[in-house]
Design a binder for this molecule. Structure first.
Ligand code: ASP
Length: 340
């Protein structure tokens, strides 16, 4: 009898110890983290005007904090992604929503996509006009359609059905983008014969990757594409796997850069796939794709990437990338240049 009591007592102690070890204190809660970008490029520091730089840094911080606040409040990664991106879409400094770049016909045509890592849910819109927040249209495709990608007039009709907000064409236009178009068209005319590879200096597409308390990842990207693009041209941003990807088993990625290269190298998925199949860390796989594969091919740009443990990587092969992060320890960082 005594032996039995002793045995029962020991079992009880073991059970209690195990329970204590497993019990979660608030500090053990799953990590949250977020990273955003608003484009990569080669603008030299001297060419950056002070007021513009201030506006860019302020909006980056506002957007990353807005996304983080969602995560902190227990919100989902996809809600954090849309919270940060809608702010950047409204900011005239960035190439998404208001302030998007212009096509060769001086129109705004936007691309956007979003993906959730727990279920590989994906939605995207391409070549849309007039939608104030293309990221919300992409999200509506994910949540309210049986499709992954809608384009042009069909995507706009769908957005209207979902009662998304539309703005007149002029609302999207800024003098900065008109000037950029005039410049590039002038330079292209002058350079066309000698330098068909002429590229825009700065890609300011926006994107966000987020990790929520449930351990779910999400990624989203929104853009006007590239200045002076042909109408109907679709870049990497709305293409799941190229500009955007999220999978809880590996990582979430949003890209910015010369889209044609990012499509060919399936950049966002490539980074996640390397993690899964080659057992590389997030930093290793993101570096390999951005600083080796793309560089060898002449593809300029960068990515923000985040894994399920909250590690963040933000490699780019240009002189700078507008970016901001709040890591799992709550550290906030807002940066533009490589040497910051
Ligand atoms: N990747 C975008 C595109 O090619 C451009 C950008 O990142 O700004 O459409």
């Amino acid at each position: 009898m005594r032996l039995l009591t002793c045995l029962l007592y020991s079992m009880l102690c073991l059970w209690a110890t195990a329970t204590v070890v497993q019990a979660k204190t608030p500090s053990d809660e799953a990590s949250i983290a977020i990273a955003i970008h608003a484009g990569a490029g080669t603008i030299p520091r001297d060419n950056m005007n002070e007021a513009r730089e201030h506006a860019i840094r302020t909006t980056l911080e506002e957007a990353v904090r807005a996304g983080h606040a969602v995560l902190e409040g227990g919100g989902s990664a996809i809600d954090a992604v849309t919270a940060a991106i809608t702010i950047m879409e409204d900011a005239p400094e960035f190439n998404a929503g208001r302030g998007a770049v212009l096509t060769s016909e001086e129109r705004v045509e936007m691309d956007s996509s979003i993906m959730t890592g727990h279920d590989l849910g994906a939605g995207s819109v391409a070549s849309v006009r007039g939608i104030r927040h293309p990221i919300l249209a992409a999200r509506a495709v994910l949540e309210h359609s049986v499709h992954v990608m809608l384009s042009g007039r069909g995507a706009e009709a769908f957005a209207r059905d979902r009662q998304l907000e539309f703005m007149p064409e002029e609302w999207f236009h800024t003098e900065f983008r008109r000037e950029q178009l005039r410049e590039i068209q002038g330079e292209e005319n002058a350079q066309a014969a000698t330098d068909p590879g002429y590229e825009e200096n700065w890609f300011s597409t926006v994107g966000t990757v987020a990790l929520d308390r449930k351990g779910n990842l999400a990624a989203g990207t929104s853009t006007g594409g590239m200045t002076n693009k042909r109408f109907g041209r679709v870049g990497d941003s709305p293409i799941i796997g190229a500009g955007t990807y999220a999978d809880n088993n590996s990582c979430a990625v949003s890209a910015t850069g010369h889209g044609e290269y990012f499509i060919r190298h399936v950049v966002a998925y490539n980074i996640c796939a390397r993690m899964m199949h080659l057992d590389e860390t997030l930093q290793q796989s993101a570096d390999h794709v951005v600083n080796k594969l793309l560089v060898e091919d002449g593809g300029t740009g960068g990515v923000i990437a985040l894994d399920a443990e909250g590690n963040i990587a933000t490699p780019f092969n240009t002189a700078g990338m507008y970016r901001a992060t709040i890591d799992r320890d709550g550290n906030v960082s807002v940066k533009i240049y490589k040497d910051e």
